[in-house]
Write a new protein. Structure first.
Length: 255
C-alpha cells in the first residue's frame, strides 16, 4: 500500500462540509465515491480539517492508502479527470492540486503542525450578489484600526473555550496556540478586508467566531481591550457572532 498525501482545493458552496456524512453531499464523500468507481477499488480519504458546510479550501490536505496503478506525479491529472463535472472544460468544484508519497505511518490530520485560514469581508454599502457565497458582506463602515488593535490580544496560547460553538467533536482540551492574526484592506479593492490566522489547531467554528468578534469591534459594539476578558471568561456567550461560512477559506496545512 502506498500512502499518498493530496493537496485539494474546492468551492464548498454546494457541500455539507468536508467530512463524509450519510445521505449528504460532502467533499470527502464525493471524492471517495467518484474515485472508488473510477479505479474499481475502495478509496478512503483522511482529511486534515473538517471544514464546515459552505467553507472553501485552497489547500486542504488528505491522505489515502491504496495501490492505484498510477504514478504519483500523474495522480492530479487522473483524479481531476475523474472528478470533472463538465467533460468539455474538464472542470469540477473540487480539484487535486498536488500529490506526493509519504511514509506508511503519516496521517494528514495527526501529523499536521498548524493551519492557516483566510476570512474575507466585503465592507460596502453596495452588496455584490456574485460574491454572496464567498464574502461576508457588511454594509456599515468598519473601523479597521480598532479591528487590528484587537488582533494581538488573541495571539498566543490561551484556553479558547469562548470561541467554540456547541455541537462539535468533543476535545480533550480547548487550549490552542494562535501563531499570528492580522486583518488588512486589499490594495486592489478598498472594500475588501482579509483576515489571516495561523495556529496549531482550531476549535469548532473558532475562526468564524473570532472573525465575528473582531468585526463587532470594527462596528463599535466592543472595544479591542475587551478581548482578554472575553477569553478569560471561557464563556461562549461573551464572544461575538459566528461569521458566515462562505467567507472562510482553508489556505494551508503545515507539516
Amino acid at each position: 500500500m502506498r500512502n499518498i498525501l493530496l493537496t485539494v482545493s474546492y468551492d464548498g458552496s454546494a457541500y455539507h462540509g468536508w467530512a463524509r456524512q450519510p445521505g449528504l453531499k460532502t467533499v470527502c464523500g464525493r471524492m471517495e465515491e467518484t474515485l472508488s468507481a473510477y479505479f474499481s477499488t475502495p478509496v478512503v480519504l483522511e482529511g486534515a480539517s473538517r471544514t464546515d458546510a459552505g467553507v472553501h479550501a485552497y489547500g486542504q490536505r488528505a491522505t489515502l492508502k491504496a495501490e492505484l496503478g498510477v504514478p504519483v506525479e500523474k495522480i492530479p491529472m487522473v483524479f481531476n479527470t475523474a472528478l470533472a463535472d463538465d467533460r468539455i472544460e474538464g472542470l469540477s468544484d473540487i480539484r487535486i492540486v498536488a500529490a506526493e508519497e509519504r511514509p506508511a505511518g503519516f496521517h494528514a490530520r495527526f501529523d499536521a503542525k498548524g493551519k492557516r485560514y483566510i476570512y474575507r469581508i466585503r465592507n460596502s454599502k453596495d452588496p455584490d450578489i456574485f460574491l454572496k457565497r464567498y464574502r461576508w458582506q457588511v454594509a456599515p463602515e468598519l473601523d479597521l484600526d480598532a479591528m487590528q488593535a484587537a488582533c494581538p490580544h488573541i495571539v498566543g496560547e490561551h484556553d479558547f473555550a469562548c470561541f467554540q460553538s456547541a455541537g462539535g467533536t468533543p476535545r480533550e482540551t480547548t487550549v490552542r496556540t494562535v501563531y499570528s492574526l492580522d486583518i488588512q484592506r486589499s490594495s486592489a479593492d478598498p472594500a475588501e478586508l482579509e483576515l489571516r490566522i495561523e495556529g496549531d489547531g482550531f476549535l469548532y467554528n473558532m475562526v468564524r467566531i473570532i472573525t465575528g468578534t473582531i468585526t463587532e469591534v470594527g462596528l463599535g459594539k466592543r472595544r479591542p481591550e475587551d478581548i482578554p476578558e472575553i477569553i478569560r471568561s471561557k464563556d461562549r456567550s461573551k464572544a461575538g457572532i459566528i461569521a458566515p461560512a462562505g467567507g472562510l477559506w482553508l489556505d494551508e496545512v503545515f507539516y
